[in-house]
Design a protein around this ligand. Structure first.
Ligand code: NAD
Ligand code: DAU
Length: 357
């Protein structure tokens, strides 16, 4: 038995692979194209571990996926691979349409062909787990209740529209072909290995470098933050016990305004790595807002708690402290990401074998 994980060299995918192999000996086949967001250094501790098979490849490559499914016969596909950054989707939506829509379609078709030919028991046990986002529901007003699974889809950015499209494809492949799917829609994650283009890691690494901390607009936009390892445990719960064809919202019950997040990061750095030049909050700089910026996200996570008994283990206070400490403890990871040398990992650590696997 094994899992096929897509995007397992990215932020959440790598945390998932590490958590999975810390909790189970079931092997993981990790298919990742190693875009700018993929970083094999995240998985360095698995080097030489036969339970982790890394494959450098694209989810749009149908022949490759067919071959991986035939060779490894995974009992499930856990699909993280995506273009994930809203700002990049505004500047260049094409890659988002290709990976998030065409890539998901390609995976679904390969999964359907593979699953259709399985023996009855294996067919019943097979799962396609689609990892998605709360952004598909659009933007909440201050007094609106949090997003429930029944909310209409109202995506506002090229990123969220492409994820919404992928969710619809997954739903249709279940409804029309019976493919055994589950979908999770999660709120903003934070934690180790978070690429410093996103709010929390960007603020940490900029502050440590004495650079400006750019806050978009008035900084009063609200996100619902979840420690990444809690997202991973939520995915495990849904993968094992979720009802087929259902969607589950995953969130941390942690609504925070962006400016408060930035101030919290500054205060933790003041405590853990004081700067002789003064409090890090001196670096806060209000900048032009993101076009079409969603005002508020919040997740109603009652369904996953009621049906599967899942709740986050971390509070925001414990999770953000661990996160800031992780960045302070991993200056080499940060430096390699900043100077671009993390992109040499494939050659340095895996040689030509992984590149052609
Ligand atoms: P990420 O950008 O850090 O990682 C994405 C990974 O996918 C990278 O390793 C990249 O190399 C890989 N990839 C991209 N295109 C590919 C392709 N065509 N073929 C194969 N691999 C490809 O993203 P993340 O933040 O870890 O998000 C993972 C998933 O979770 C995404 O589907 C995202 O929509 C979803 N999600 C993210 C968050 C969040 O807060 N980051 C919250 C909810 C849901
Ligand atoms: O809600 C889940 C989503 O969370 C995921 O689906 C996305 O993949 C993930 O990137 C994240 O999207 P956001 O747009 O919410 O995350 P980001 O870190 O880019 O921004 C968080 C908030 O902070 C948002 O309101 C924009 C703001 N921001 C962001 C950056 C990078 C700033 O004010 N300044 C910044 O420099």
């Amino acid at each position: 038995m094994s899992l096929l994980v897509t995007g397992g060299a990215g932020f959440i995918g790598s945390n998932f692979v590490l958590d999975w192999l810390a909790n189970s000996d079931e092997p993981v086949v990790n298919l990742d194209a190693l875009t700018y967001a993929g970083n094999l250094a995240n998985l360095a501790c698995l080097q030489g571990d036969a339970r982790h098979v890394f494959v450098h490849g694209d989810i749009c490559d149908r022949a490759l996926i067919d071959r991986l499914l035939a060779e490894h016969r995974p009992r499930a596909i856990v699909h993280f691979a995506a273009e994930s950054h809203v700002d990049r989707s505004i500047h260049g939506p094409g890659a988002f349409m290709r990976t998030n829509i065409e890539g998901t379609y390609t995976l679904l078709e390969a999964a359907r062909a593979h699953w259709s030919a399985l023996a009855a028991d294996d067919k019943a046990a097979f799962r396609f787990h689609h990892v998605s986002t709360d952004e598909v529901y659009g933007s909440l007003k201050a007094d609106d209740p949090p997003f429930a699974e029944t909310n209409p889809y109202e995506p506002n950015s090229p990123y969220s529209a492409s994820k919404a499209a992928s969710d619809h494809l997954v739903r249709a492949w279940h409804h029309t072909y019976g493919l055994p799917v589950v979908t999770t829609n999660c709120s903003n994650n934070y934690g180790p290995y978070h690429f410093p283009e996103k709010l929390i890691p960007l603020m940490i690494v900029n502050a440590l470098a004495g650079k400006a901390l750019p806050v978009y607009g008035d900084g009063q936009q609200i996100r619902d933050w979840l420690y990444v390892k809690d997202h991973c445990s939520g995915i495990r719960a849904v993968l094992e016990r979720g009802r087929l064809g259902e969607t589950y919202n995953i969130g941390g019950w942690n609504e925070k305004a962006n400016i408060d997040i930035v101030r919290t990061v500054c205060a933790l750095l003041d405590e853990l790595r004081p700067d002789s030049a003064g409090p890090y909050s001196r670096l806060i700089t209000y900048v032009t807002d993101r076009p079409g910026h969603d005002r508020r996200y919040a997740i109603d996570a009652r369904k996953i708690e009621r049906e599967l008994g899942w709740r986050p283990a971390e509070t925001f206070d414990t999770g953000i402290r661990k996160t800031v400490q992780w960045y302070l403890d991993h200056p080499d990871w940060v430096a390699d990401v900043q100077n671009g040398s993390y992109r040499d990992w494939l050659d340095r650590q895996y040689g030509a074998q992984a590149a052609t696997a």
